[in-house]
Write a new protein. Structure first.
Length: 320
């Protein structure tokens, strides 16, 4: 796994509740519901040529989680857009590419450390403003995974919980399952831990969605145990638009090891080949043609105007 830290991030500034704050001073209230009880919703779009890639999809994902929490005050998309714009301008990111924008929302501060949403209020019971944070970073696509040689993975001993326990499509900060699986991957010296669902089918990796290719057909797991990924959505669209047979499916471990190609896919990388799992080569251990093709198509999609939101020229009077 590649890990390259950009020195420019030492001096980055964040947006926190209407204020621009230097990284070293960035903080949240200890009584914030996101800090106390994990009631935190987030997503992380990318800036490409000074525009935000598939911003609406990211905002839709956040709004789904916010509505599920039933917070007293819920933000609009414009609230998020204007906060993102301010954070990017504060860091002189106009026209930039290779910026990862983590957008975070919580219901706000509480009067006591209770899980009850009624505790999210002021001392007289009045509503409090939600917490909104934007954390932009310089993080290019090549800073996480090796797209040239591909990466190695393991099958995690941990499984993703299903919707029986809670709606797993909520993109919250409750990531203990994925964090522990990530630790397994790091201990094994590989880039990814592949997680199964309760029935033994592929769910996702600890940090990305996953897909296999068999006889030229692209298969990705149903979204039951994790949030729907924007990169996953884009790749399914690329398949449909370019004559690649692509579908969702229940994928067993046996099919994983028998695949012609395996790839992971996330915001930070696009599709990345997995050439070895649990020490066993996938097919011939090389990056396959469908992965290569989808990488090119994904990079093209990232520059198409219909996928890019012109955030620096947006204001509340020209709402799109």
């Amino acid at each position: 796994m590649t890990a390259r830290w950009d020195e420019r991030n030492k001096d980055i500034s964040c947006y926190i509740n209407g204020e621009i704050v230097p990284r070293a001073n960035a903080a949240v209230n200890l009584w914030d519901a996101g800090f106390l009880h994990g009631k935190q919703i987030w997503s992380a779009p990318r800036l490409v040529n000074g525009k935000v890639f598939r911003l609406k999809d990211h905002l839709n994902k956040m709004q789904h989680g916010i509505k599920a929490l039933g917070a007293p005050i819920q933000p609009t998309d414009i609230d998020f857009i204007m906060a993102i714009k301010r954070a990017l301008i504060a860091n002189d990111m106009q026209g930039a590419t290779g910026v990862h924008i983590r957008v975070v929302w919580t219901p706000g501060t509480q009067v006591t450390a209770s899980m009850n949403m009624k505790a999210v209020c002021g001392w007289e019971g009045e509503p409090v403003d939600p917490t909104m944070i934007v954390m932009p970073e310089w993080r290019g696509q090549g800073t996480v995974y090796d797209a040239v040689k591909g990466e190695r993975a393991i099958v995690s001993t941990l499984r993703r919980p299903t919707g029986v326990f809670a709606d797993q499509t909520i993109h919250s900060n409750n990531q203990i399952h994925s964090s522990l699986a990530c630790d397994e991957a790091m201990a094994a010296g590989v880039a990814a831990a592949i997680m199964l669902d309760a029935e033994g089918f592929l769910a996702e990796t600890h940090a990305s969605h996953i897909a296999i290719v068999k006889e030229g057909k692209f298969y990705t797991p149903f979204v039951r145990c994790c949030p729907p990924g924007v990169t996953r959505l884009v790749l399914l669209e690329c398949c449909k638009e370019n004559g690649i047979d692509g579908t969702e499916d229940n994928i067993s471990v046996e099919r994983l090891f028998d695949a012609d190609e395996v790839m992971i896919m996330g915001t930070m990388s696009g599709p990345i080949a997995i050439t070895e799992i649990d020490g066993k080569s996938i097919a011939n251990g090389e990056i396959g043609p469908v992965t290569t093709k989808l990488k090119l198509l994904y990079n093209e999609a990232m520059t198409k105007e219909e996928n890019l939101f012109d955030i620096f020229n947006f204001n509340e009077d020209n709402e799109e």
